[in-house]
Unconditional design. Structure first.
Length: 227
């Protein structure tokens, strides 16, 4: 191999490693803050790395990954959108308030966001909140919830997520969430990415604000895959 060819090979190797590390970089170490644009930042948030910045439609792509002690508390709510989502949120917050096997208040271990998976059929909303992995580095010490609230590792690796952030006055309506998800579905994703329609996270309605906040900054998530 000539010196010239060796230099070219080295440059290509560096470029390949740089692009690979940006797409599959390890997430930051907890505690992590909420994404840019989320006000106020009240709690520790899920860790992620932005691998593709916002396109002209406002859609970005994040890589989510979780430490081995990451645990989600999951509650469900049924009925129309507001009733179903708020019912699931209430059950999760009840767990953090002490409805667990230790009757222990761990409200300080709440994180953002509420990641709400809407029903594909029926009327049951699945509401997820991660227990702070920085406060519970040993997940075996997390109090166990009382049924029907449960703990899960469903979010061990959410993976690649297309995100659209939106603002509302007060808690969003279903139509706000659906419109936000429509932006992702109608957006031209970067070359090499496509929406993963079979993922449980397609779509997910994502809420960061407290119940009494006047203004909400929320997101729609759609799982994506490399193609």
């Amino acid at each position: 191999m000539t010196l010239k060819h060796a230099k070219v090979t080295a440059i290509l190797s560096i470029l390949f490693l740089s692009s690979s590390s940006s797409a599959f970089a390890a997430p930051p170490t907890p505690p992590c803050n909420s994404p840019a644009g989320i006000v106020p930042v009240l709690n520790e948030s899920l860790c992620f790395t932005e691998v593709v910045p916002k396109n002209p439609s406002g859609v970005s792509i994040r890589q989510y990954g979780f430490p081995i002690n990451a645990t989600f508390v999951t509650g469900v709510g049924s009925g129309p959108f507001i009733n179903g989502v708020q019912g699931g949120i209430a059950s999760v917050l009840t767990y953090f308030s002490g409805a667990n096997d230790e009757q222990r208040n761990i409200l300080s271990a709440r994180t953002t966001p509420f990641a709400v998976i809407p029903p594909r059929s029926g009327a049951t909303y699945v509401v997820n909140m991660q227990v702070s992995p920085s406060q519970f580095p040993d997940d075996f010490l997390i109090p166990r919830p009382n049924p029907p609230v449960r703990m899960s590792r469903v979010a061990d690796n959410i993976g690649l997520i297309a995100v659209f952030q939106f603002n509302t006055t007060g808690f969003p309506y279903l139509e706000n969430c659906q419109e936000a998800c429509g932006v992702i579905q109608n957006s031209t994703l970067p070359s090499g990415y496509a929406i993963n329609t079979t993922s449980a996270w397609s779509p997910t309605y994502v809420f960061y604000n407290g119940q009494n906040d006047a203004n909400y900054t929320s997101e729609c998530w759609m799982a994506v895959m490399e193609v």
